[in-house]
Structures are given as structure tokens and as C-alpha cells.
Design a binder for this molecule. Structure first.
Ligand code: SF4
Length: 76
């Protein structure tokens, strides 16, 4: 989310790029496609695609950090 431009913050903050290269979509990974480039990746991320976790009625997130047993890293 830190790499998504915010129209209200243009010129006021530096975007944080996602390092590395995207996965091969012709041979997608078994787990989360961000695993190789995510600074919060865990073993479960490599092994299983995260399901959608409901954050609120209008917001879902496909990230294992939203699981009830995930470590709290300050972004969830
Ligand atoms: S599931 Fe979340 S924490 Fe895991 S690699 Fe993907 S984006 Fe990162």
C-alpha cells in the first residue's frame, strides 16, 4: 500500500517501491505472489495462497498478516 500514490500527498511523500520482479504469470507460485518481494513474508506465504480476510464490510485483504495468529507487524 505504501507504493500506491495518494492524490492528496503528491509531492509530499516518497512512494516505497516493491523491489524485485513480479512472478511468472505463466507459472504462478503456489503461495502468495508477493512472497519473494514482501518484507513481511512468512513460511505460510510461500506454501499457501492467502484467502480473503474481511477487514470491514467494504474491505477485504488477501494477506496472511490478517490471520488471527499472524504476528503483529504494525501494518495490520
Ligand atoms: S501473504 Fe501478505 S505477508 Fe505474506 S507474502 Fe503475501 S503480502 Fe506478504
Amino acid at each position: 500500500m505504501k507504493s500506491v500514490p495518494n492524490p492528496e500527498r503528491v509531492g509530499k511523500e516518497k512512494l516505497k517501491p516493491i523491489m524485485g520482479t513480479p512472478p511468472d504469470l505463466l507459472s504462478p507460485p503456489k503461495g502468495c505472489p508477493f512472497y519473494e518481494r514482501c518484507e513481511y513474508s512468512m513460511k505460510v506465504c510461500r506454501e499457501s495462497m492467502p484467502p480473503f480476510f474481511e477487514i470491514d464490510e467494504n474491505h477485504k485483504s488477501a494477506c496472511w498478516l490478517n490471520h488471527k495468529d499472524a504476528p503483529k507487524v504494525g501494518i495490520n
